[in-house]
Design a protein around this ligand. Structure first.
Ligand code: NAD
Length: 713
């Protein structure tokens, strides 16, 4: 053995040829700080090895290298600029040493080569891969950019346009695409990957393949004419600004870095990459996006630990918007489902919706016609109760009426086997209340999906007073099998997500009562704060009738702070039968455009009506709008943590981002508070205390602020 460490080994594989093997002890292969240091040691050995004629990089694990170790990111980001620059310089020197070895080099890649893993193989002269390859640079999705030479080598290897497409979208590509754009030179079966690499190196050693010519472009400036340069980068900048928007600086920084580096040699370009990488690590956006990634991992771990038996047969009660969506999603992920309704029209609508979603998948090439037919056949529409009796999990999604739900749940329970599980998709009704109608409340919990089910990643799993751990585990596993992110919460009206959403709507109603223009509020909350929809638009999408009803449930549950609001606009619109998108009239009017999409337009009449209801008009600053909208939500999130409705800041932030579309670049309420500073938030929020109980800052937050603490380490 020439070199042996915890994660990397190097040894002769044939005369003159050394293989450098990534084989992390007890883990997947990552390029963490430790492994980078080991790579340096291994190279030191290779540089001093007499008789070396060629080097192969490969992995002993099912994936080549999955990337850097993201758990190290936040502490690296917190390191002083100088320290981080030095570390990047040190790491880049290692990859450049690999690139500069005086012998030909090839990477034999299996599975994932992402981020640092991709950058590592870019430093070798050739890359061949097994058909399961996924290669790319996801850094911009985390608010940063490639930092181990990816922005330098990728455009020099596959051209500016191809490289920008991968880097700015943070995407990875499959083996075929990588072959087409020149990122790899061959696709070979996994079991002959090593042999093919040896053969390629032998040909390079014999001079049959010009390895120096393969290496040269990576170390020289990009060969672009002035016109090509101008075209590529101006198009890319325009696209990136449009797609990423103003809140995400990483993709545009990457474009500008590559643009500027086009005329530089490798080492100068690497220095520029480091400079801009470090700048991005100083942004709150990078911390928020990395934070979401880590929180997502945290939640996945909880899900993994709760792994339980999956249902063989599911049933969904109600084939409406939600029931139809849940049935589709279950069938899509391989769990057959009986879809029961009392109305044949609903069943027809539910099946048509499933068909149209499946057709779209097929058109996009994500599903074969055979699989599409099989999936559709695994949804069994029925009007007959008895058909659900074989199900081991039943999700109830009938109308939001406690009496109807209680009857439907009790009737269903009587049909099911003793160990079958019942879950309700109610949005607001406490689970322990619904459980009262059941004989086996331990087998019952909440399973709250979001609309549209096929697109929204979150499912709240609600634990009632009597719900057993086994029931939670089985529903968590079912939700995860459906491709969703389950978050377990304790029971209360609205659970977590709706409980914190309604105070936000209440903040909106108070703003309108005080004379704000709803269009101006929508604009600020979308463009400045970053929500995908402003509150008026969101209410139209949710449905004003639904919101009005849910608001009443919340008022009953939390009368002290969520009681009816004087001159409430939601109630006003409800009285006017302006139910939002469902009847094309809400805060806005809706019509279908040429492409079949709903477009909103302003209705002056309703604007006037809302103003008359308020009795005055008043302009509010952007800061005041944001404060008045967000403080009630933030306070309620803190109360939920204090009361144990949600278990941790990580789960709360994931629920907010995945369930409500809380702006990812802000990371969630807890990350936002840490970013603003708890003391600063308390000082700012105190100015609004006179607006009522929703604006009273919870004691726990005040104390934490006084102790100068944060929610995340
Ligand atoms: P919907 O009105 O579209 O569908 C309800 C369906 O239930 C109808 O097809 C109706 O015919 C059927 N139904 C009524 N009584 C029934 C019975 N006894 N047995 C079988 N089917 C029966 O409503 P929806 O929006 O799909 O909401 C359903 C549930 O999901 C509600 O509890 C709602 O609060 C909850 N939810 C809705 C949303 C949303 O955005 N729409 C989001 C999350 C949760």
């Amino acid at each position: 053995m020439l070199y042996q460490s915890e994660n990397i080994q190097a040894d002769w594989v044939k005369q003159g040829i050394v293989e450098l093997i990534f084989n992390a002890k007890g883990s997947i292969n990552k390029l963490d700080t430790k492994t980078v240091a080991m790579l340096s040691e291994a190279l030191t050995v290779l540089e001093a090895t007499p008789g070396l004629k060629g080097v192969i990089l490969r992995s002993e694990k099912p994936a080549f290298i999955v990337g850097a170790d993201i758990t190290e990111f936040l502490s690296l980001f917190d390191a002083p600029e100088e320290e981080l620059s030095q570390w990047l310089h040190f790491s880049n020197q290692i990859f450049s040493r690999l690139e500069d070895l005086p012998v030909p080099t090839v990477s034999a890649i299996n599975g994932y080569a992402l981020g640092g893993g991709c950058e590592c193989v870019l430093a070798t002269d050739f890359r061949i891969a097994s058909p399961d390859l996924r290669i790319g640079l996801p850094e911009t999705k985390l608010g940063i950019m490639p930092g181990f030479g990816g922005s330098v080598r990728l455009p020099r290897l596959i051209g500016v346009d191809n490289a920008l497409e991968i880097i700015t979208a943070g995407k990875d590509v499959d083996a075929q695409t990588a072959l087409q754009n020149g990122l790899i030179q061959a696709i070979v079966p996994l079991d002959s990957l090593k042999e093919s690499a040896i053969s390629l190196i032998e040909q390079a050693i014999e001079g049959k393949i010009d390895w120096k010519a393969a290496r040269h472009p990576k170390t020289a400036p990009l060969r672009l004419t002035e016109l090509e340069h101008k075209m590529s980068f101006s198009v890319a900048k325009g696209m990136v600004i449009k797609v990423a928007g103003p809140h995400y600086p990483a993709p545009i920084t990457a474009v500008k870095t590559i643009e500027k580096a086009a005329f530089l040699n490798r080492d100068e370009a690497l220095a520029l990459e480091t400079e801009n990488f470090v700048k991005l690590t100083r942004t709150d956006v990078a911390k928020a996006l990395v934070g979401i990634f880590l929180n997502d991992q945290y939640v996945k771990n909880i899900t993994k630990k709760r792994h339980a038996e999956l249902p063989k047969q599911a049933a969904v009660l109600g084939a409406g918007i939600m029931g139809g969506g849940i049935s589709y999603q279950s069938a899509l992920k391989g769990i057959p489902v009986v879809m029961k309704d009392i109305n044949p029209k609903s069943l027809e609508l539910g099946m048509n919706e499933a068909l149209s979603l499946l057709q779209k998948r097929q058109e996009k090439g994500r599903m074969s016609a055979v699989d599409m037919a099989k999936t559709l056949a695994s949804i069994q529409p029925t009007l007959n109760y008895a058909s659900v009796s074989d199900a081991d999990v039943v999700v109830e999604a009938v109308v939001e009426n406690p009496k109807v739900k209680a009857t439907v749940l009790a009737e269903t329970e009587a049909l099911l086997a003793d160990n079958a599980i019942l879950a309700s998709n109610t949005s607001t009704i406490p689970i322990s209340l619904l459980a009262k109608s059941l004989k086996r409340p331990e087998n019952f919990c909440g399973m709250h999906f979001f609309n549209p089910v096929h697109r929204m990643p979150l499912v709240e799993i609600i634990k009632g007073e009597k719900t057993s751990e086994e029931t939670i585990n089985r529903i968590v596993s079912y939700a995860s099998k459906m491709g969703k992110t389950p978050i377990i919460v304790n029971d209360c009206p609205g659970f977590f997500v709706n409980r914190v959403l309604f105070p936000y709507f209440a903040g909106f109603s108070l703003l309108l009562r005080d004379g704000a223009d709803f269009i101006a509020v929508d604009k600020v909350m979308e463009k400045v704060f970053g929500w995908p929809m402003g509150p008026a638009y969101l209410l139209d999408v949710v449905g004003i009738d639904t919101a009005n009803h849910a608001q009443a449930v919340m008022a009953q549950g939390f009368p002290d702070r969520m009681g009816a609001i004087e001159r409430d606009t939601i109630a006003l619109l409800y009285e006017q039968q302006r139910y939002g998108q469902k009847n094309n009239h809400g805060f806005y009017n809706y019509s279908i455009d040429k492409r079949g999409k709903k477009q909103k337009s302003v209705d002056v009449q309703i604007q006037t009506l809302i103003q008359q209801n308020a009795g005055k008009t008043q302009e509010f600053s952007q800061d005041a709008i944001i404060a008045r909208m967000m403080i009630p939500m933030i306070n309620e999130v803190i109360r939920c943590l204090d009361e144990g409705i949600i278990a941790s800041p990580a789960e709360a932030d994931i629920a907010l981002v995945y369930g409500l579309g809380f702006p990812p670049f802000r990371g969630g309420v807890f990350r936002y508070l840490d970013t603003v500073g708890l003391a600063q938030f308390v000082t700012d929020a105190q100015q609004y205390a006179s607006l009522g109980p929703l604006y009273q800052i919870p004691e726990s937050l005040k104390q934490k602020a006084q102790r100068n603490e944060t929610y995340y380490p």
